[in-house]
Design a protein around this ligand. Structure first.
Ligand SMILES: *Cc1c(COP(=O)(O)O)cnc(C)c1O
Length: 230
């Protein structure tokens, strides 16, 4: 079942790329296995998937020990500063840096371990009260501040768009994310890159790809629905 779901998602990614005149090689699928056990994730692994996203540090730590070492883990959920130390050498990318303070903690811990940690700045592009993420007006300031941190490397932007019935309703937000990334890239700030745009989930990843996403984070569309509230 999971192998079939995955094949369908990959097919839809290719189709969205085709429509947008993009190379499918530009888009990385992140299989979001949160709340699901490692044996279910292993079905995706056996079908060829290597990039997995989790929204809790604890789940990365647990599943990392249960899965092969060539799995690449992405931290996509809200990150508490007291968990930074545990995750920076486990995740290949942290998608959810939403304050300079969090970046500072990553800097301190990364320096201790002699790492340079790639991160995305999480943007609350829909301006939703309930969501984490920096206000769009704050992102340039944050990018500049983090560019001063030797052991943290901004690679781009991430957003969790609002849940909408019709994914077309998020198109304008995805387009705004792309613009924001371009705007910052044009400043030529040293020590940062703006080559990653992480946006699009099960409900709207095709629209996100058409608007420039380079990473899509798909959970339900691969692993099925989660228990309510998770
Ligand atoms: C759960 C989650 C996803 C995947 O959501 P689906 O709608 O199940 O595809 C993507 N990104 C983040 C940050 C998440 O927490």
């Amino acid at each position: 079942m999971i192998a079939e779901n995955l094949a369908r998602v990959h097919e839809r990614i290719r189709e969205a790329c085709r429509k947008a005149g993009r190379d499918p090689g530009e888009v990385t699928l992140i299989a979001v296995g949160k709340t699901k056990p490692a044996d279910l994730l292993m079905e995706a692994y056996r079908a060829g998937e290597r990039v997995f996203g989790e929204n809790k540090v604890q789940e990365i730590l647990e599943k990392e020990t249960q899965m092969p070492s060539d799995v690449r883990w992405h931290m996509i959920g809200h990150l508490q500063r007291n968990k930074v130390r545990q995750v920076i050498d486990k995740a290949e990318l942290i998608h959810s840096v939403d304050t300079v303070r969090l970046a500072e903690t990553i800097q301190i811990e990364a320096e201790k371990k002699g790492l340079v940690v790639p991160v995305l700045i999480e943007v609350n592009i829909g301006g939703e009260e309930s969501k984490y993420g920096a206000a769009p007006d704050n992102v340039l300031f944050m990018a500049r501040a983090i560019s001063e941190m030797k052991n943290v490397r901004v690679r781009g932007l991430m957003t969790i768009a609002p849940y909408v019935e019709d994914p077309e309703d998020n198109r304008v937000l995805f387009a705004r994310m792309k613009e924001l990334g371009e705007e910052i890239r044009k400043k030529g700030i040293s020590n940062i890159r703006m080559d990653i745009l992480s946006m699009g989930m099960t409900n709207d990843y095709e629209v996100a790809i058409q608007e420039g996403a380079t990473m899509v984070r798909v959970g339900t569309g691969i692993f099925g629905s989660r228990e309510q509230g998770k």
